[in-house]
Design a binder for this molecule. Structure first.
Ligand code: SF4
Length: 180
């Protein structure tokens, strides 16, 4: 048995010595298997993410061992933990500094909805400041759940049209968050 995992080819047409597919699919294949995440971890969910990076769960298997602490070199913003209202503008700024195409994974109840902290100081979900692509439920979510959310992101990335980021719908979505 080979010790290497061979990535499945995208949908396309094949015959002996010939394979054809669309540019979207090829770019999607490359992007989904080389996502560079930016971990924005503030509390307990961040500890679960540390386990996700460890040898047992090993996010590196998905081509994502290279975490980016610079927004300009990241594809995926992973927000993990309680986000205070004061931190909302910072999350927004980090998102704005990321280059397109970019995706957002909200990990855990706190990031997704404020969790148990229905208080004056806690942001009741990061989708109030940035558009979220996938939500991971749980308090805390186990590393398996984080991996599941990550694989959902991979699905989105692999199937995204190259034109989506130029569409009026996408511009409108960003406009709602005050991003031009
Ligand atoms: S969702 Fe639960 S585990 Fe995650 S940061 Fe909030 S309180 Fe902590």
């Amino acid at each position: 048995m080979s010790k290497y995992n061979i990535v499945e080819p995208p949908d396309g047409y094949s015959a002996p010595g010939f394979f054809a597919t669309t540019l979207d699919r090829v770019v999607g294949l490359a992007r989904k298997n080389s996502i560079w995440p930016l971990p924005f971890a503030t509390s307990c969910c961040g500890i679960e993410f540390m386990a996700t990076m460890g040898a047992n769960y090993d996010l590196a298997r998905f081509g994502s061992e290279r975490l980016s602490f610079s927004p300009r070199q990241a594809d995926l913003l992973m927000v993990m933990g309680t986000i205070a209202k004061k931190m909302g503008p910072i999350v927004h700024q980090v998102y704005e500094q990321m280059a397109e195409p970019r995706w957002v994974l909200s990990v855990g109840a706190c990031a997704s909805s404020g969790g148990i902290f229905d208080t004056y100081s806690v942001l009741q979900g990061i989708d109030r400041v940035v558009p979220v692509d996938v939500y991971v439920p749980g308090c805390p979510p186990r590393p398996e759940q984080i991996l599941d959310g990550f694989m959902k992101i991979q699905e989105l990335v692999g199937n995204e049209s190259l034109r989506r980021r130029y569409s009026p719908e996408y511009r409108e979505l960003l406009g709602k968050y005050g991003i031009k």
